[in-house]
Design a protein around this ligand. Structure first.
Ligand code: ATP
Ligand code: MG
Length: 433
């Protein structure tokens, strides 16, 4: 979620008690009680949409909203989502306001957030140990949020926290235990993939579990889309799963011949109707991930940029992609997963191999592509580089995880040299505290 979807074509239905609880949490936050609410549930159940309702509430009541999505395979970037949210907000502030907000933490903040660095110019830093620098980074972020909240209450939305690094989770723990800041943090977590994150935050967060939509809410969605006569069938088939409902309605609108049997059927029918060329481009995109950068995709499928963009536009019209900053996103993570899972393995392997070559500048992503095709030496090299980067950015626990992964990959590759390198780095990391 680059920008929370405050408005979509489908009206918001149901979830009255959840919205009530979030409203109460926002009320408490505006009175100076920082609160962390974790919205948990399976994929496509409506977590991001409920978070977006909180954004609407905060916007309507004079709050400042900061938001970002936790990216998969970006653990080496310390505090990635929080810094991204701050960066985006800072870019809209006049320099003098930003300077005031950064206050005494200007140096630490400038080192973390490029825009702050460019506005404040070179700042003097004093050498410090890894632990001290990590503490300063955390303090710079919490201090900035605190300063911001002195003007207006702040809502920080972090989508897909199951992808977050340990450093980010620890920062949220610190924020949730602080006092006196008018701050509400709302994070969404997939229950299936986020067990560790949920556990790490269990004692400091208010947890909101989402289940299926109630039958009356489903009926309303289907009726408002103009398919009242199919309401019963959609209710039974989808079991109240919001994404399945939304994709069913899109499929019907795009000429589908009845209520599809599954989410997969709802998506694939539309994908096929786009034609084999667009289908091929979209299947390649699904290998790259949620975010579709047209330039990278064009190189992946060996087509001119303009032609690739035309295919993306067709997928956009069919509701399989959405427009995002400088490119496209898959309409939903599950949409990407279905497209990926139904792509034949040999075609996937070809794309992964090529993606590993194209993404050499993003070592963690590169390593994941190499691992997907069993190129363990290349994966080990990527994770080693990502681990070094995480260590440089003081994300120690994440560096440890990446270097451990590098060691395992090197072992699978039977590459003793790389394995030894990973172990040396790990030892150095542990020694440096
Ligand atoms: N209460 C609701 N009313 C109307 N539409 C909804 C509601 N909840 C979810 N939707 C729609 O269902 C789809 C899936 O919801 P959403 O993206 O919020 O799921 P999610 O739980 O965040 O999934 P993921 O774990 O994959 O991120 C979206 O298109 C969303 O707009
Ligand atoms: Mg979501």
């Amino acid at each position: 979620m680059t920008t929370p979807p405050t408005a979509t074509t489908v009206p918001f239905v149901g979830r009255e008690s959840e919205v009530f609880r979030l409203g109460a949490a926002w009320g408490a936050a505006t009175r100076g009680r920082p609160t962390l609410v974790v919205i948990a549930g399976e994929a496509g159940i409506g977590k991001t949409r409920v978070a977006a309702e909180t954004v609407r509430l905060a916007n309507d009541t004079g709050g400042t909203v900061l938001s970002a999505r936790c990216q998969e395979a970006e653990r080496s970037l310390l505090l990635q989502p929080v810094l991204e949210a701050i960066e985006r907000h800072a870019a809209q502030l006049p320099p003098d306001v930003l300077r005031r907000l950064a206050g005494q933490r200007a140096a630490a903040l400038a080192a973390l957030v490029p825009h702050v660095g460019s506005v404040l110019g070179p700042v003097l830093t004093t050498p410090a140990s890894r632990t001290v620098r990590r503490h300063l980074a955390q303090e710079a972020v919490t201090g900035f949020l605190h300063a911001l909240a002195e003007h207006q209450p702040v809502l920080l939305v972090l989508d897909d926290l199951h992808n977050a690094s340990d450093a980010t989770v620890q920062l949220l723990r610190a924020v949730a235990r602080s006092t006196g800041t008018r701050l509400l943090v709302v994070a969404t977590v997939r229950t299936t993939e986020g067990a560790a994150v949920l556990e790490a935050l269990a004692d400091v967060a208010n947890r909101l579990d989402l289940g299926p939509l109630p039958p009356a809410a489903v009926t309303r969605l289907v009726t408002e889309a103009g398919w009242a006569d199919l309401a019963g069938e959609v209710r039974d088939r989808t079991g109240g799963h919001p994404l399945f409902i939304v994709e069913t309605l899109r499929d019907l609108a795009a000429g589908g011949t009845g209520v599809p049997d599954s989410l997969e059927a709802a998506l694939l029918g539309r994908l096929r109707r786009l034609g084999t060329d667009t289908e091929r481009v979209l299947r390649a995109a699904s290998v790259l991930g949620m975010t579709v950068d047209p330039a990278t995709l064009a190189r992946l499928v060996d087509l001119p940029l303009q032609q690739t963009a035309t295919h993306c536009e067709a997928a956009l019209s069919a509701g399989l992609l959405t427009a995002a900053d400088g490119g496209y996103d898959f309409a939903h993570d599950l949409v990407r997963e279905v497209v990926y899972a139904t792509t034949p393995a040999p075609a996937r392997a070809v794309h992964h191999l090529r993606a590993a070559e194209l993404l050499d500048h993003r070592p963690e992503a590169m390593a994941a592509h190499a691992a997907a095709v069993g190129d363990w030496s290349r994966a080990a090299r990527g994770w080693l580089r990502a681990g070094d980067e995480a260590a440089r950015r003081l994300a120690t626990a994440d560096a440890e995880a990446l270097l451990t992964q590098a060691g395992e990959a090197a072992r699978r590759a039977g590459h003793a040299g790389l394995e030894a390198r990973a172990e040396t780095r790990l030892r150095k990391l542990r020694d440096s505290g």
